[in-house]
Design a protein. Sequence first.
Length: 406
Amino acid sequence: MDEKKNNAYQQNLATTLEYLYRHPQTSRTDIAKHTGMTPATVTALIKDLSKQNIVHETGVEFTETSGSGRRRKMITFTKQTHLLVGGLEINARGLYLSITDLFGDIISQADIPLEAFDPQMINETIINLIEQTTADLDPNNILGFGIAVPGHYRSATGKILTNNPLWQHFNLFEIKKAIPYKFILKNNIDCMALGEYLFDPQNSPTQFNFLHVGLGIYNSFFNQAQLGLSKNPYIGETGHMIVELNGQPCECGKKGCLQTYISEKWLLKRAKKLFTTSRNTVLHSLVTEADELTLQDLITAYELGDEYIRWQFEKGIDLLVIAISNTLLIHPADKLYLNSELLNYPEFQQQILAKVNEQLRFMPFERNVTLEVLPFDPFRGSLGACALACLAFFIKHKNITTQVIA
């Protein structure tokens, strides 16, 4: 097979596998109809996949209309219980690792809190974590590892492009010397969005926003048509959207960035300042030192009626709602996922949903944008990294331009 034909075959194969992820029970006719491939091409691809025991006919047949129309045979994936992928997320809370099968079912998980290792030893710590978690697994069954990084990956240096000094010692080249697997790296919030798309096809549309509100704020604009394409690293940095002129100075050099009002990092920073400058805050009844304050302490202070804490949360939520609403006006999406430990607090969740719907009420939508606050899961990024590994090392989409290290 010449290179041109091989490239076309690989692209068609990737398209077929992606469609099967999104439609686990389908037919050859539906694959051809919805992907634009010819019936003959689809039939040949399904034949090849069947020979490799990747797909099989379920035995179920159906017709779209009543009568004597030709019956279609249902196609589905053959469960590959032995084939696995790994996913590692690096974030400000620590290292989180998941091993899953090709469809996101968890085999094992492990984590190391940030305070439990020296950031200068991050490469050695990652190596040990991967080796320990995969020790009882056959390395021949592991297709590869995705790594979800807090920023973006610079392939020329093997380092993470970020302004956080915690990650300055990360170097994939050092990890590759000790670990025999393939690796692919991508921004951690983009990985989370991909995880929803591949591992939860029943609930995820083909175009959605995935907004993470944690220590920082980042928005992944997911579009099936651009699956795997690299993008400008500044796109999605919603935390640095200016929401108040001449507001709080941000570490980026601007003033009034959204993250200075509602990110966990800045909420805690302001609460610690309040603790040290005011004797009237209820925070003194919760902890004895400012550095002991946690996000849960701030929520407790809110519940106890601390005026400043309540004002800070309510202002931050109002500004977040404005940012969300403005984003939905200029970027089409069928759904908005909110991933946030903070917004899992029921009262904040209710405020967000009600205020966003109020902001968008004037728009004559034929269908409303669905808003979903996801249950907080510290392993969501590592599961998204597993989805990235599935995309790169199983689906093998031709549009994967993120750096792959063989």
